[in-house]
Design a protein around this ligand. Structure first.
Ligand SMILES: Cc1cc2nc3c(=O)[nH]c(=O)nc-3n(C[C@H](O)[C@H](O)[C@H](O)COP(=O)(O)OP(=O)(O)OC[C@H]3O[C@@H](n4cnc5c(N)ncnc54)[C@H](O)[C@@H]3O)c2cc1C
Length: 405
């Protein structure tokens, strides 16, 4: 990133905010624009669990594990204690062989995890009425109110001289001599050298005249919130039929199936009430939980799990995609830096910063970038598995991106 380069980030969710801060840290003049209120859409409808425990393979685990460290660094830098907690997770979603396998994988990966028996769980969570016989404690994990973290990051961007504007839809990208030179918005044109699209679920559409469509597999998830209670649970609790945690203000946040689709035939309110009663049954000596908010969030997902869309446009220099297809809260601070550095590493940066953040120092797997090209936009699809496996899977999952290579 050239110092003083004008960077426009489109989208102010946790991903856009993180990219903006990372670009600013590298010396860019940053503007963040969002078509709606600041803080994002998916980011406002998220469970916000920050974890590396569920990664499909070792390399994706490494990525997420590194992301946890970056989140901790962000927390230290911005004092995020009003927006997140590092309360750890108690997990007993599965039983029997699946439970044992999960613990084995975590142990093999060297992830801080401990197998707890009934009596230990009882002590850690005294309000649990349905105490499981065993659970896995992953004490280094946390949870964030992702929208409010995004807003805290945007505040830092503003403090450092950046510009942040909500309610400014970006409609197009201006170009001159094959390079980005501006973004067009509903309130006028803004000159820039770089545009980063961090538009969440809008990733699936042809964006801003950059002729790109992606076969997304977005799905809907329910998130509900209750009125505040005193703190009665200490961890993120991942149980077989509900996952829930308490916010700092004491309100409960809960969802039903962690990654799965909600049943479209059940009304959101009915489902939320059912989820609330499951929580109520699991806890003792707590007042009746009152539902205050029900949200249906869209998970921005690629058909191919673990796939991130991160990288430069081939057709238009200076245009970048930063779409994280899964667990965007966990990955945001790291991905923001990788995107910013990806630009840096393309040759116009301070060597010191490149050394400090170079992906191949931290995450060798990220060198296994696979480039896939649509007619005008090339995206680097990062999949941290051996390249042949990744390519074969991607050819199956993303046929029309590959069609144009
Ligand atoms: C139910 C649910 C549970 C989840 N649970 C977890 C979890 O436990 N842990 C985890 O890590 N992740 C979780 N996620 C995923 C995570 O929330 C998302 O990956 C993350 O919030 C995506 O952030 P984002 O910034 O990419 O998108 P968003 O927050 O959606 O932000 C994108 C922004 O772009 C703006 N935008 C779009 N187009 C334009 C345009 N043309 N001009 C200007 N602005 C534009 C939008 O208005 C929006 O504000 C969950 C998601 C859901 C829905």
């Amino acid at each position: 990133m050239v110092v003083n380069q004008q960077v426009v980030v489109v989208g102010s969710g946790i991903i856009g905010a993180s990219v903006a801060l990372a670009c600013q840290d590298l010396g860019a003049e940053v503007t963040v624009l969002d078509k709606g209120p600041l803080g994002g859409i998916a980011s406002g409808n998220s469970f916000g669990w920050i974890n590396a425990s569920f990664a499909e393979n070792q390399a994706y685990f490494n990525l997420r594990n590194e992301a946890l460290e970056r989140f901790r660094a962000l927390d230290q830098r911005l004092s995020l204690e009003n927006h997140m907690r590092w309360q750890g997770t108690l997990w007993w979603e599965d039983v029997g062989r699946d439970f044992a396998e999960q613990f084995q994988v975590l142990t093999k990966r060297g992830y801080p995890s401990k197998l707890l028996k009934y009596s230990e769980i009882e002590i850690l969570e005294p309000h649990l009425r349905e105490v499981p016989n065993e659970a896995i404690l992953t004490a280094t994990e946390g949870a964030a109110q992702a929208k409010s973290v995004a807003c805290a990051i945007l505040d830092e961007v503003k403090r450092n001289g950046g510009t942040v504007r909500g309610c400014v839809p970006v409609t197009g990208v201006g170009q001159a001599a094959g390079r980005v030179c501006s973004v067009q918005t509903e309130v006028g044109e803004l000159l820039c050298d770089v545009v980063v699209l961090a538009t969440g679920a809008a990733a699936q559409n042809a964006l801003l005249g950059l002729d790109w469509t992606l076969p997304m597999a977005n799905n809907a998830g329910i998130i509900l919130q209750t009125d505040p209670l005193p703190q009665v649970i200490q961890h993120v609790l991942m149980t077989p039929d509900v996952h829930f945690r308490q916010n700092l203000d004491g309100s409960f946040v809960a969802g039903e199936i962690f990654n799965g689709e909600i049943n479209p035939n059940v009304s959101a309110i009915a489902l939320a009430s059912e989820i609330i009663s499951r929580i109520q049954t699991k806890l003792r000596n707590i007042p009746k939980l009152g539902l205050t908010d029900v949200k249906i969030g869209i998970r921005v997902l690629c058909p191919w799990m673990g796939c991130l869309l991160l990288g430069p446009s081939r057709g238009l220099a200076g245009a970048y995609s930063c779409h994280v297809m899964h667990s965007g809260v966990t990955l945001a601070p790291l991905i923001g830096q990788l995107l910013a550095i990806g630009n840096v590493a393309n040759g116009r940066s301070s060597p010191l910063l490149v050394r400090a953040f170079a992906p191949n120092r931290v995450l060798p797997e990220l060198e296994l970038y696979l480039s896939a090209y649509s007619q005008k936009l090339a995206v680097k699809i990062v999949k941290a598995v051996p390249i042949n496996t990744a390519e074969a899977a991607m050819r199956r999952a993303l046929p029309y991106i590959f069609a144009n290579i």
